[in-house]
Design a protein around this ligand. Sequence first.
Ligand code: MN
Length: 180
Amino acid sequence: MATRAKAKKRRPAAKKRSLTEYKRKRDFATTAEPVARRAPRRKQELPIFVVQHHKASHDHHDFRLEHDGVLLSWAVPKHVSTDPTVKRLAVQVEDHPLDYATFQGSIPEGEYGAGTVKTWDIGTYEPEGDFAEGLEKGKLSFVLHGKKLKGDWTLVRMQPRPGERPGKPQWLLMRHHLTK
Ligand code: MN
């Protein structure tokens, strides 16, 4: 196929965040979880982050960062660690509505994620650089302003591995190392 050698270098359009998958997985007549509603873009101070302690079939943390009207979401099977020498596996899951940041309570049996959800930490964060670009490239750096979690953190996406569940990219969550 003939292509122009000097095709203009264009950045691919950032992926639109969507709550379709969130909605598909839940029955809102049964669960008290927030409905799939995109929040209007907020022009206020700083976006929020939340870590939820989710006691489901597996006891884990959910790490969420507000971005583009939704919460980017990762399940952290071994819980978030504040130890800067520890990297935690963080499996990216479907975007959640912004309202989910303040959701606490139980998810009934038979529903997706059945169990209890409690806030473990909540606060604001400062994205470093362009987050849309970071999502494409698989590296997000940010400063957390929570009660338990503070300072520089990084999420790095790993190369897909054979057998990885499609649509659930694996990342590593770690406190930023200032010395290598
Ligand atoms: Mn969860």
